[in-house]
Design a protein around this ligand. Sequence first.
Ligand code: PHE
Ligand code: NA
Length: 446
Amino acid sequence: MSETLERWSTRRAFILAVTGAAVGLGNIWRFPYMTGENGGSAFLLLYVAFVLLLGLPVMMAEILIGRAGRRSPMQALAHLAGQAGATPHWRWLGLFGVTTVFLILSFYSVVSGWSIEYFIESVNGNFVGQTPEEIGASFNAFLADPLRMTFNHTLFLLLTLSVVAAGVSGGLEKLNNLLMPLLYLLLLVLAGYAVTTDGFGAAVAWLFTPNPAAITVSVVLNAMGHAFFTLAVGACALMAYGAYMPDHQSLPKAVAAVAVLDVTVALLAGIAIFSVVFSQGMDPGEGPGLMFVTLPIAFAELPGGAWWLAIFFLLLLLATWTSSINLAEPIVATLQGAGLRRGRATALVGVAVWAVGMLSVLSFSAMADVHWFGEMTFFDLVTTVPTDIFLPVGGLLIAIFAAWVMPRDTVVRALDAGPRGFRAWQATVRFVSIPLVVIVLVSGLL
Ligand code: PHE
Ligand code: NA
């Protein structure tokens, strides 16, 4: 255990680590395609509301549990429950979180593998001079090729686990912090380019004109799940990072900074991608392939496009890398808590995640006609249920534990926002966040 219990050296290091976990595929890949499938502005509005009312307060709850417990998630929960005179069964919440991040990591690695493929193809100049139709067709051809997909999935998993095995993410975090601003800059350039396209007006109207008619129960459920996913909340993954937090640092300030950045990145990606969609007359509801088709089209029209595209995918990979490390960390920490050495634990996680990820790889070829639930392939299922159901359920239990079970003094200290900050947080979690998750989950499941 002590092996994993380092401390972030500075307050800034903590914020940057949480930002690294937050900003990833959720912002640049998932946000645009979910918005496209869920009625545009209706989804955007709900997602922002859920970030404020649920994401932020529950994120604080999750991190403060880790900070107060200073152990791996399962052990922290058991320890704190004991302190409060509550049942040690709370530790199963940690295991539930681990199951959730395990499933998320399995497809995260596959989709990040798509970015590796697209990085290499961009370096080779493969998209130069292609029509939007050709770019779309080559994405479908790639999906239908399990060998190429397996190769990239394997490579990405190895990249992730080699950092996790080393135990210290120092090197990667440094690289991340150095290079992420460049990704934001590229997104700004892309959004700037988007302003000049014919589709920009339509994209902005579609994203920002209120459209309450598009709000359905499933849109609400999807938006709630996405708010948890994009902030990396609800799976006890940030709990593991909270355990390494310094003693004096205001939690609300730290998480607010992360949320602002996370939403900004998603908005920039959305504006860039939907401007291309509307200028090319494409379908915004195209699904998970959206980013992989629109971005090559957009960059193809910019001077030096092939290089910019390559740099973009490289930076995106870096962003997904720091997120996947956060996904893997609680799984490895839990196995370590069960007595395994870090190297063994990492190898075991690697094999298991790889195998389950293969079901996603094959969902586009050999297993395309295998339906796991309704019409859903394994990939459809694993990209929705853990995010839309498991994360909110985990977040709900985390919120109940922090706001109703933990002793007041422990929470006040771990939140580090003074007595008034504590009261505001507690009232929000008790009377807004918890009822809201319950209402959305119950109506979504019925
Ligand atoms: N927040 C990450 C993203 O937006 C995904 C993630 C979810 C990471 C849960 C860690 C835990 O891509
Ligand atoms: Na995110």
